[in-house]
Design a protein around this ligand. Structure first.
Ligand code: NAP
Length: 455
């Protein structure tokens, strides 16, 4: 009774946590509700099991907890997507291990029927759990390596993935019908391979969608474990994670004007061996912090477009200070956030909230894009791909189709970055060379601080 109640409270906490995390204002309380839910869940799981392994259980909690704390404390915020991918891989691996435990010790899981045979429904759960878990595990590891830039990617023939996918489906059916040990192992092996071959060819600019998709897979894998362990909370939590990850993938695809199918099965062949970073050198206008301060002082309306570079340089506090100074001068200052700006969903919102930028000054792509045409200054701070007109004008570009901020329509564009190099997608940006663009080369934080001083 107590255990059921604890599970119920935990499930409600998780739902409320998701609700809280949907807005920057309530994200912090949402996070705490989630932590409380997890404590209730652990407590219930602990009370519902055989208490003979107290020492081992506590030891596992201590080791796991300490590793988690160390990773979280040592990680920079820009490396969060990698961390998320790394943690997803563990959920996938857990699903595989639980499925194997259940297969080799079915009596412990109470899934044996007449003549010592495992129930068909349990075979389905195990087969699905092992397949989704293995795909999540190897896919997440590849995503981690790509996001951490230790692996660039490889083109994989679509036919190979189609072959692996259909083989896995056939093996799954065969396994459920025959309970064949050989099919179970082969199913696991091919799923590990498919996870890697699915993610390896996906282009850099699509990695945010991949991370969120793997998040969804890991949720379904956890749900699968829940069925095997007869744990309702795990089923509910897995379904919450699975569906929220799927919805987020959909929202991001919409933000990049891509279909999920097109992201998972890229149509073109990418040149993964190409080095990115060095854009073609052409004449451009270079400015100083004093020039920028002069332009900003005379502007009636400024739209700030933050990107990954603002995060790496931690320029958000200096930016807020600059915004406040301009506002005091009577300038309208707004912040425009692209759905895939930075390196994870909500990256820019979190940083601006940390610097106490008022929520009412922060706008999404659809809300503000047409206002660039009437604004005096677009202050592009460490953003690049999300402003790149190639997404609109060049069908051969890897970012073609992604909606962008039309910053070129502003009277003046101030571009803060360290060099003339490209952004995440490795595509040169025509805007750097435009008549109305002034390049402010240097670290975004230092440049913004210099502008504040000049103002
Ligand atoms: P971006 O296209 O990667 O451009 C960031 C720019 O910041 C770079 O061109 C870099 O130029 C500059 N920069 C880096 N460090 C800097 C510093 N200390 N000071 C000043 N500038 C600095 O970033 P974005 O416009 O935000 O676009 C995001 C990209 O990441 C998209 O392609 C998106 O698909 C991808 N992505 C997004 C997510 C997500 O979930 N949001 C996840 C993974 C990938 P310099 O090197 O010349 O300084």
């Amino acid at each position: 009774m107590i255990i059921d109640l604890l599970y119920l409270v935990a499930a409600v906490c998780f739902i409320l946590a998701l609700k809280g995390l949907s807005s920057p204002e309530s994200a912090s309380s949402g996070n705490f509700i989630g932590i409380a839910g997890m404590i209730f869940a652990c407590l219930a799981a602990y009370l519902s099991t055989d208490l003979s392994n107290v020492v081992l259980t506590l030891l596992a909690v201590c080791i796991g907890g300490s590793i988690g704390v160390c990773i979280a404390r040592s990680l920079s915020m820009t490396a969060l997507p990698q961390m998320v991918a790394g943690f997803h891989s563990l959920v996938g691996l857990a699903a595989v291990l639980v499925a194997f435990s259940a297969y080799y010790a079915p009596e412990v899981f109470k899934i044996v029927g007449e003549f010592g045979r495992i129930y068909k429904s349990s075979l389905i759960e195990m087969g699905l759990g092992v397949a989704i878990g293995a795909i999540t595990f190897s896919g997440s590891l590849i995503a981690f390596a790509k996001l951490h830039e230790i692996y660039k990617g490889t083109n994989v023939p679509k036919e190979l993935n189609a072959f692996l996918g259909s083989s896995i489906l056939c093996l799954l059916i065969y396994f459920v019908l025959t309970d064949s040990q050989c099919a179970f192992w082969l199913l696991t092996f091919l799923s590990f391979v498919l996870g890697a071959t699915l993610i390896a060819p996906i282009g850099g600019a699509d990695m945010p969608v991949v991370v969120s998709m793997l998040n969804s897979y890991s949720g379904w894998a956890a749900s699968g474990i829940g069925f095997t362990l007869h744990n309702d909370l795990l089923i509910i939590t897995g379904a919450l994670v699975g569906s929220s990850g799927a919805i987020l993938s959909y929202i991001m695809c919409k933000g990049m004007n891509r279909s999920l199918f097109n992201v998972i099965f890229p149509s073109g062949q990418d040149d993964f061996s190409a080095e990115k970073g060095a854009a073609t050198v052409r004449p451009y206008q270079k400015g100083s912090a004093e020039d920028a301060a002069f332009i900003l002082k005379n502007a009636k309306s400024v739209i700030v477009v933050p990107g990954y570079g603002m995060a790496t340089s931690q320029a958000q506090h200096a930016l807020k200070e600059m915004g406040d100074l301009l506002k005091r001068n009577g300038t309208i200052v707004r912040y425009a956030i692209h759905p895939v700006a930075g390196r994870m969903p909500g990256h820019m919102n979190v940083l601006l909230a940390e610097a106490n930028v008022p929520y009412e000054d922060v706008f999404e792509l659809d809300e503000i894009n047409r206002d660039f045409a009437t604004c005096d200054v677009a202050y592009v701070i460490g953003a690049n791909d999300v402003t790149n007109p190639a997404a609109k004008n060049d069908p051969s570009s890897s970012i073609y189709g992604m909606p962008i901020f039309e910053v070129d329509k502003a009277k003046t564009v101030l571009f803060l970055k360290r060099s003339m190099g490209t952004g995440y997608a490795g595509v040169d940006n025509e805007l750097f060379y435009a008549q109305n663009t002034m390049m402010l080369l240097g670290d975004a934080k230092k440049t913004t601080e210099a502008i504040v001083k000049a103002l």
